[in-house]
Design a binder for this molecule. Structure first.
Ligand SMILES: Nc1ncnc2c1ncn2[C@@H]1O[C@H](COP(=O)(O)OP(=O)(O)OP(=O)(O)O)[C@@H](O)[C@H]1O
Length: 260
């Protein structure tokens, strides 16, 4: 069980601050949704959180240890990171793509050890891609590939799961299913960070929120208290109404004429 912290993290890109002194805590057993408009800095934050990008100032810690000082193999064992545009360029089977998520645990030589097969089987099934296992991954639809990539992120049962837009391109059933699966990982003890544009999915399936705009955190905390119409309006620059019923929360973006 891991706690990931950003401590005054600043990241510069071409001399411009794209993250500006951000501090945030991501807890085990919880899904944190990172939301914000295009270019806000969400992917940059996830990259820093995954230990893939060294901040220009501040630090990222995993259970108190500076993530940049962890051995790369240890970090790769403990966290899974799914980038926004994960792609496969060559005809490798779906099953092997999923097995790649186990690379830090595999022996350097020889066939895939039998003991890993149940994990691969489970990941394929949990993302509803078992029927695609023999198919070349570069000949799948965008949504099918996204589910395969999610299975690859799940297969190692990481302590820390960082996924960038896991529901982009998924149909409604699979998008909801992906968020449910991600949430189930959290309930098993995983620390889950998800960058996501679909606010209905975020508000109904995540526990916590980090709202970021222009590289600055505008709000952070439990969804129930942090996700207010005022915050979402300020975040996206458009009037917002939250509609709550027994089925959950729906975010309605309003034209100025409809604004309350
Ligand atoms: N490699 C790079 N070089 C220069 N600038 C970059 C680079 N990567 C990202 N940026 C800039 O950093 C800022 C934050 O980008 P980032 O990808 O983190 O945003 P985001 O919130 O994930 O956006 P989106 O919702 O569009 O995916 C943007 O202004 C972007 O143009």
């Amino acid at each position: 069980m891991s706690v990931l912290k950003l401590d005054r993290v600043t990241v510069l890109r071409r001399g411009r601050k794209v993250l500006d002194g951000n501090s945030a805590t991501f807890q085990a057993h919880r899904v944190t949704a990172v939301i914000g408009p295009n270019g806000a800095g969400k992917s940059t934050m996830l990259n820093a959180a995954a230990g893939l990008l060294q901040p220009d100032a501040g630090r990222v810690t995993l259970d108190g240890a500076d993530i940049s000082r962890l051995h790369r193999r240890e970090l790769a064992r403990r966290r899974a990171y799914l980038p926004q545009r994960a792609d496969v360029d060559w005809p490798i089977t779906v099953e092997r793509v999923v097995a790649l998520g186990l690379v830090p645990q595999l022996p350097a030589f020889g066939p895939l050890p039998q003991r890993f097969l149940p994990a691969i089987e489970g990941a394929l099934a949990s993302c509803d891609v078992g029927h695609l296992r023999e198919r070349p991954a570069n000949a799948l639809s965008g949504g099918e590939l996204a589910r395969v990539m999610l299975a690859r992120a799940f297969v190692s049962a990481p302590e820390l799961l960082i996924v960038d837009e896991p529901t982009a391109g998924l149909d409604p059933r699979h998008a909801i299913d992906a968020m449910r699966r991600v949430r189930a990982r959290a309930r098993e003890g995983c620390t889950v960070i998800v960058a996501i544009h679909d606010l209905d999915l975020a508000l109904n399936h995540a526990d916590d929120l980090v709202a970021i705009r222009d590289g600055a955190i505008m709000a952070a905390g439990p969804i129930e208290s942090a996700a207010t119409p005022a915050l979402l309006s300020a975040l996206y620059g458009i009037p917002v109404r939250l509609v709550r019923d027994n089925d959950g929360t729906t975010v309605r973006f309003l034209s100025a004429a409809e604004a309350p």
